[in-house]
Design a protein. Structure first.
Length: 176
């Protein structure tokens, strides 16, 4: 399995600071505490305050809806959690390539996704190749998963017609 990470390292583009319910992590990695997961600060209390121009009024705890109660959750840096999860994945044999965003979706003749191509490196501000130019690489896979977040553009902008003209460029290939 190969993961292309557009950031300089896993977690580099992750919004930091969150409340995390460790339930899913416990199901995925039951011994996460022993493995040093960066969940170090448990939530110690909840408060909901309605603010006005003249001050604020705290809502009594018994009125807090259950989804606003964070008992058993942790205050985390999502960037640190992402880096730690990447280390766990690499320990299981996943190859992570930081600094290589998927630039293009590649298709088979029947229209199914064949893989992705990384972007060219060493392109100047004017769009022309520099002396450090390297052609992007095609990665072919039986399964291609797009996990690019809510503002991702690979899956949303992929269309067979626009990709077929770009795919004519020769690149080195690798199968994942």
């Amino acid at each position: 399995m190969v993961v292309l990470e557009k950031g300089s390292e896993p977690g580099a583009h992750i919004l930091s600071g969150a409340i995390m319910d460790p339930r899913a992590l416990s199901e995925l990695i039951p011994d996460w505490k022993e493995k040093g997961a960066p969940l170090n600060q448990p939530v110690t209390g909840d408060a909901m305050v309605f603010l006005s121009e003249n001050g604020g009024m705290r809502v009594p705890d018994f009125f807090l809806p259950e989804n606003f109660q964070n008992h058993g959750n942790y205050i985390v840096s999502l960037a640190n959690v992402t880096r730690w999860l990447a280390q766990q994945a690499e320990g299981l044999g996943v190859e992570i390539f930081p600094g290589f965003p998927a630039a293009e979706v590649l298709y088979n003749e029947n229209g199914s996704v064949r893989g992705v191509a990384t972007g060219n490196m060493g392109v100047g501000k004017d769009g022309q190749p520099t002396e450090n130019f390297q052609l992007g690489m095609e990665l072919h896979a039986k399964y291609t998963v797009f996990a690019e977040g809510s503002r991702g553009h690979r899956a949303s902008n992929s269309s067979r017609a626009s990709s077929s003209t770009k795919a004519a460029t020769r690149r080195p290939t690798a199968s994942a």
